[in-house]
Design a protein around this ligand. Structure first.
Ligand SMILES: Cc1cc2nc3c(=O)[nH]c(=O)nc-3n(C[C@H](O)[C@H](O)[C@H](O)COP(=O)(O)OP(=O)(O)OC[C@H]3O[C@@H](n4cnc5c(N)ncnc54)[C@H](O)[C@@H]3O)c2cc1C
Length: 502
């Protein structure tokens, strides 16, 4: 039995571990935190349960990628999700638009809403532009076989990443209002003007097909994956921070934590790629590769606000809200001055089991640049200076103000029973992401190959996985885990097995 040591117990580490366990490897996962999961971590405060880094995701529809991969792993029945409807809200004009699942219904809903705003005669034009926009996006995703869980054939070519998301939208849509609102999903890839149209399409199509949240918190999914690894004879260690990756003659000889030394046939880094470079011997990677990664742009960070609500203060309709100012620049969501922050708040309520039809908690994710917290960069969780906490209070207040139009039964202040927030520093310290970048490296259509990584490295027994490889989020990171596992077991081996169970 071949052994594999996986560094990092987030989604990618656990998913790669679960797949490799199924494929007959003996897996050991090393996670630095006391709780597994990385972005899948949930935490409890009294009666409230919050997810930290996995709120809404696609891929759970009938033939969705995550559903099919769960079926292959034999856990489809255990993974319980709740469907969500995206609701857009313009704080300025009061526009409120709830979008249904599926491309057809999505176009119809938009067309009717724009007709109501701009005049009924505009409906055919809006419909035509949105159909063109959707077709371009769906066609683009076809260049990415893994996204459709199609085997990769010998003619495979790297997809065209040189067109930007903004160019894609502008070339399909003429109406200024639609143009400015269409990047509403850019929060799910930390979109900027130069983000590739391909990335925009992969994320947007996933969400338009249908978005979901975990019914019992995202940590439940991490636990299901960890159980698979353990049932196959593997181990998942927490509080095991990798301190060094020893490389000799293009071979990893061992991985050291503060407590132990781990040997294995194969090693997989499921860490942020910048973290792996810090931990590996200086000569393990070429200076050119180091430079390429350390100079790559990063995605923006966020302030996450966790709110516990008093009973029956907000109706629960399975909605996920995007509160925005249509007048703000959607491609610079994080780069706003402190007094105008936030320009966008994604709000996810969770239902109160004791009061069905009402929400118990809210989680807000608001894009924020790391520069907002850089003055406290030297501090650590639980030991930050007083002025940091004062600043955080102020930001929480501003974020809550932004979501007032969601429609509470009482004034918002009276609805809030508990509030806490995680800043870009929290994200940096919990996941080990440089500058709290929510999705790691930022792919840019100006230099797409800079962040286009392969699961193989020049070190023969070291592979990489995680959100920095291929693409991020629930769907991207899970697909990347398939890609990395196939680097060990053979191209298309797992994709073919997944398809065999369709
Ligand atoms: C605030 C926020 C909200 C998000 N919301 C969504 C969402 O709604 N939908 C969505 O699809 N995606 C979302 N994401 C993105 C999603 O969380 C990530 O894309 C995904 O979790 C990445 O998985 P990963 O395994 O690559 O990285 P991670 O989950 O970050 O895992 C890396 C793991 O490595 C561990 N680690 C780091 N250093 C060491 C070390 N030296 N030794 C051992 N272990 C180490 C970390 O503790 C962590 O557990 C969000 C992210 C954030 C930050």
């Amino acid at each position: 039995m071949r052994s594999v040591c996986i560094m990092g117990g987030g989604l990618s580490g656990l998913m790669t571990g679960a797949i490799l366990s199924k494929e007959g490897f003996r897996v050991i996962v090393l996670e630095k935190n006391a709780i597994i999961g990385g972005g899948l971590q949930s935490f409890r405060r009294g009666d409230y349960l919050f997810d930290t880094g996995m709120h809404c995701f696609g891929g759970m529809g009938e033939n969705g990628q995550i559903r099919l991969i769960c079926r292959y792993l034999g856990i489809e029945d255990k993974v319980e999700v709740v469907p969500r409807c995206d609701t857009l809200m313009d704080v300025g004009s009061g526009l409120r638009l709830t979008l249904p699942f599926g491309p057809r219904a999505w176009v119809e809903r938009w067309s009717r809403a724009m007709g109501a705003l701009l005049g009924r005669e505009q409906v055919p034009l809006v419909r035509q532009q949105l159909e063109r926009y959707l077709k371009t996006m769906y066609d683009l995703t076809c260049q990415e076989p893994l996204y459709h869980l199609r085997p990769i054939d010998n003619d495979y070519q790297i997809p065209d990443l040189s067109v930007s998301a903004k160019e894609l939208i502008d070339s399909s849509i003429d109406l200024p209002m639609l143009r400015s609102i269409m990047p509403y999903l850019s929060l799910f890839y930390a979109g900027r003007e130069n983000s590739p149209a391909m990335l925009h399409s992969l994320i947007s199509c996933s969400h338009i097909n249908g978005t979901y949240t975990f019914k019992h918190g995202s940590l439940s999914f991490a636990n299901i994956l960890a159980d698979l690894i353990k049932q196959a004879g593997g181990e998942v260690h927490t509080c095991e921070e990798v301190a060094s990756v020893e490389v000799d003659n293009r071979q990893v000889t061992c991985v050291k934590t503060v407590k132990d030394t781990y040997l294995a046939d194969v090693f997989v880094s499921a860490l942020p790629i910048t973290r792996l470079l810090d931990l590996a011997s200086q000569t393990a990677f070429s200076p050119a590769f180091r430079r390429r990664i350390t100079t790559a742009p990063l995605t923006y960070s966020a302030l996450t606000v966790f709110v516990g609500l008093h009973p029956r203060t907000l109706c629960f309709n399975r909605e996920a809200y995007y509160c925005t100012h249509l007048s703000s620049d959607p491609w610079n969501a994080a780069a706003v001055s402190e007094d105008r922050w936030p320009s966008l708040a994604f709000v996810l309520p969770d239902e109160d089991p004791c009061n069905p039809g009402y929400a118990k908690t809210l989680t807000l994710v608001c894009p924020m640049d790391y520069s907002a917290v850089e003055r406290w960069a030297g501090s650590r969780t639980g030991h930050r200076p007083e002025d940091y906490y004062r600043w955080k209070e102020k930001m929480i207040g501003q974020a809550l103000k932004m979501i007032e139009p969601v429609g509470f039964e009482v004034p918002l202040q009276q609805a809030v029973a508990y509030v806490e927030a995680g800043s870009p520093l929290t994200i940096r310290d919990y996941y080990g992401n440089s500058k709290g970048a929510i999705y790691g490296l930022h792919p840019s259509c100006l230099n797409p190959l800079q962040t286009h990584l392969s699961p193989n490295t020049r070190i023969s027994n070291l592979y990489i996985t995680g959100q920095d490889v291929n693409f991020h989020g629930m769907v991207g990171t899970t697909l990347t885990s398939v890609l990395t596992a196939e680097a060990l077991v053979g191209q298309n081996v797992i994709v073919n097995k997944i398809n065999a169970r369709k």
